[in-house]
Design a binder for this molecule. Structure first.
Ligand SMILES: [Zn+2]
Length: 55
């Protein structure tokens, strides 16, 4: 599963153009911070799994 500090690359780009996110808080809902603009969002883990690229 996801760990705090792990960097994820998502299929969908953020509004700022970035596509890498840092895990702030794993769980049923995962808190992510955009590496590019610093915006934080909360996303359901099952939804996130489908968005993550690669491994
Ligand atoms: Zn962003």
């Amino acid at each position: 599963m996801y760990e705090v500090g792990q960097i994820l690359r998502l299929r969908k780009k953020h509004a700022c153009g970035g596509d890498t996110w840092k895990v702030l808080k794993p769980g049923v809902d995962v808190r992510l911070q955009c590496e590019t603009c610093g915006r934080v969002l909360l996303i359901a883990r099952d939804k996130l799994v489908r968005q993550v690229r690669g491994s």
